[in-house]
Design a protein around this ligand. Structure first.
Ligand SMILES: Nc1ncnc2c1ncn2[C@@H]1O[C@H](COP(=O)(O)OP(=O)(O)OP(=O)(O)O)[C@@H](O)[C@H]1O
Ligand SMILES: [Mg+2]
Length: 627
């Protein structure tokens, strides 16, 4: 297995359970299912019957006419007419059930994809930390597609095959025992040769799948890494790497297909042999007077329809197994436990009455309150002030690797708290805890005196405006992207937010101004511009508490000043946590916390920390001298 290939198996682990779950989805189309089964039965019976008609056709309507002076063809024509009708009925039934199966399968898959996406929105951030995105993606694409094909084509075909083989076998037995035994004997030979060929081919087939996985992974990685590849002039090496995998795929493909291609002619020939033997034996029996011609012709027709689908059955079986394995991967994702949210404290708009008490209101007032339910059924409103405290917080992304160690800190309402520290010190991690991307196992975080575990996640996050370290923009116009912060914001509000974030000037210079389309995560903007947009996005939400995780990328001094000004304006009157890599951004903070290896090692304002000549001094003297 190559390093790019995802671990995909072709066999489901829990065959019954997975099939049951698929059926549960499929059975939401009850009426259609009943129709399909009915139509499959009609189509099978029709095809079996049309061969059966050969017997009376020959015995009763053709043979008696042989040698007659003025043969009466009316009976024969009538019989042919009946056969044509039955044929047509069968063809129509199979056309119809295929159409209905398409409706069922696309509908089922639509529902599964919907559930899958809904589940993705509910998963904790941790899931995304630990799963390859390409693998999550392939559940939407490959896995669902094989499942769709299985439902719409393979499964009904398989049912039809099994049904028609069973009925045919019974009829053959009824028609003639000896000839049937010949056909069944040859069947065993056929099955054995299929088994022999496919088990050899399967090894190569697996190699094809692995090489295919490698090829996809390699291509994906190299497409994403184009810039780096060009910078380091690695084109030739990359090409060679690709060619190697490609060649491996070619060889495996050639061998496996070669194996499989033997199968078709082999089966065809075996089936001709069966036919010939039956014909010869039948003819002998007929000469001896043990068998009539009509039965022989009818039987020969059955022996052909009997062996025809045998080649497909093994393919269909493998396909169904692969589809079930895919479905299992889909269900595993669907079964991932969602982000737990046991919080019952909600965020509401509030206003202050004349007597100083709080009252919940419908409309946005610029004042918020936490609605805290008590066990006796009553609720209490607590004004949202933006007081955030950490009490002895210990946290690690993985159980045995502590990232934050005994962190205690406070931010009083309206204060600006800055985190500084070397890379990997744990600054972003602290902010991840405030918005509950991760839960704290030890210690407490209080927000206006309320343990944040008690606050409903969505409401907690609504109260926080976050500018993340990595800027993510969505496909859409600039205006759409700003509006992401508050969906019902008017154009004017968005533009005001852009002005506040100092993004207005550059947006107006874009080809279509605020209506310029952004594509591929804002690839057509510069880093600094993207950051200004994400600040505007946070600004439009007008949240009481702000978290700004400044990107580390170096931005030109002019943009830096713009960002700084934008941030400063945004910070007025709010509690702000800012992670800064530039001295200018943190200097006017109420408190600067210096983190090192997940611990707060210094705390104070700019003057006092500089005077202390500790880590802060060290971190920033370089920057100071530059100014
Ligand atoms: N999702 C994650 N899973 C596991 N470990 C992580 C994860 N994110 C960060 N870490 C680890 O936690 C530590 C702190 O990371 P954090 O992102 O908080 O650093 P930071 O102070 O924000 O650094 P920077 O200045 O580079 O942004 C690092 O050692 C990092 O390896
Ligand atoms: Mg960080």
């Amino acid at each position: 297995m190559g390093k790019y290939a995802q671990r995909r198996t072709a066999k489901p682990k829990d065959l019954v359970g997975t099939s049951k779950r698929i059926l549960k989805y499929v059975f939401s189309f009850k009426l259609q299912i009943v129709l399909v089964i009915l139509l499959i039965v009609i189509s099978v019976v029709a095809s079996v019957a049309s061969a059966y008609f050969l017997k009376p056709l020959i015995n009763d309507y053709i043979l008696p006419l042989v040698g007659q002076q003025n043969p009466d063809f009316s009976g024969l024509l009538g019989m042919i007419g009946v056969m044509a009708c039955v044929y047509l009925l069968g063809a129509f039934a199979s056309f119809l059930y295929t159409r209905i199966m398409v409706t069922i399968s696309t509908g089922t898959l639509c529902k599964i994809r919907m559930d899958l996406f809904a589940r993705l929105q509910k998963l904790p951030i941790q899931y995304y930390d630990t799963h390859v995105h390409g693998d999550i993606m392939s559940r939407f694409t490959n896995d669902t597609d094989t499942l769709r094909q299985m439902l719409s084509m393979t499964l009904p075909q398989m049912i039809q095959t099994i049904l028609s083989v069973t009925i045919t076998a019974i009829i053959m037995l009824v028609l003639n025992l000896q000839l049937s035994l010949i056909v069944f004997g040859m069947l065993v030979v056929m099955i054995l040769s299929i088994y022999f060929v496919t088990s050899r081919g399967q090894r190569f087939f697996k190699q094809v799948q692995e090489a295919m996985g490698d090829l996809n992974g390699y291509a994906e990685e190299m497409i994403e890494g184009q810039r780096v590849i060009k910078v380091f002039c690695r084109e030739a090496i990359i090409k060679k790497g690709f060619n190697d995998i490609n060649e491996r795929l070619r060889i495996a493909g050639q061998t496996s297909q070669g194996c499989m291609q033997v199968l078709m002619p082999l089966m065809a020939n075996l089936s001709y042999v069966t036919y010939a033997i039956c014909a010869a034996v039948g003819a002998m029996m007929s000469i001896n007077g043990n068998l009539d011609i009509g039965t022989i012709v009818s039987f020969l027709e059955y022996s052909r329809t009997f062996s025809r689908p045998i080649t497909q059955v093994s393919n269909q079986f493998n396909y169904i197994m692969a589809a079930l394995a895919g479905a299992e991967r889909v269900f595993t994702l669907l079964d991932m436990p969602p982000e737990v949210d046991e919080g019952n404290v909600t965020l509401v708009y509030a206003k202050k009455n004349a007597d100083g008490s709080l009252q919940e209101v419908e409309k946005r007032t610029g004042m918020w309150a936490w609605k805290v339910p008590h066990s006796d059924g009553s609720t209490e409103l607590v004004e949202l002030k933006g007081d955030v405290r950490f009490e002895h917080v210990v946290f690690g992304y993985e159980p045995n690797k502590i990232v934050l160690n005994d962190i205690s800190l406070y931010a009083k309402p309206g204060q600006k708290i800055a985190f500084v520290g070397s890379t990997g010190a744990g600054k972003t991690t602290i902010t991840n805890l405030i918005n509950r991307f991760y839960d704290v196992p030890d210690g407490k975080i209080r927000y206006d005196g309320i343990n944040i575990n008690k606050i409903k996640k969505a409401d907690l996050r609504r109260s926080l405006g976050v500018v993340l370290q990595d800027t993510n923009l969505f496909s859409g116009t600039v205006l759409d992207n700003i509006r992401y912060g508050k969906l019902d914001a008017t154009d004017e509000e968005c533009i005001a937010a852009a002005k506040l974030a100092n993004a207005d000037a550059f947006i107006r210079k874009l080809p279509q101004g605020y209506n310029t389309m952004l594509e591929g995560n804002g690839g057509n903007l510069s880093q600094g511009q993207r950051q200004l947009l994400s600040i505007a996005r946070a600004a439009v939400a007008d949240p009481p508490v702000l978290i700004l995780d400044e990107a580390t990328s170096s931005i030109d001094t002019r943009t830096e000043h713009l960002i700084e000004e934008g941030m400063d304006k945004l910070m007025e009157g709010r509690t702000v946590f800012v992670i800064a890599h530039r001295l200018s951004t943190v200097r006017n903070s109420n408190a600067i916390l210096v983190l090192e290896h997940g611990q707060i090692i210094e705390r104070g304002d700019h003057q006092s920390l500089i005077a202390e000549k500790g880590k802060y001094y060290q971190l920033y003297t370089g920057a100071l001298e530059l100014e």
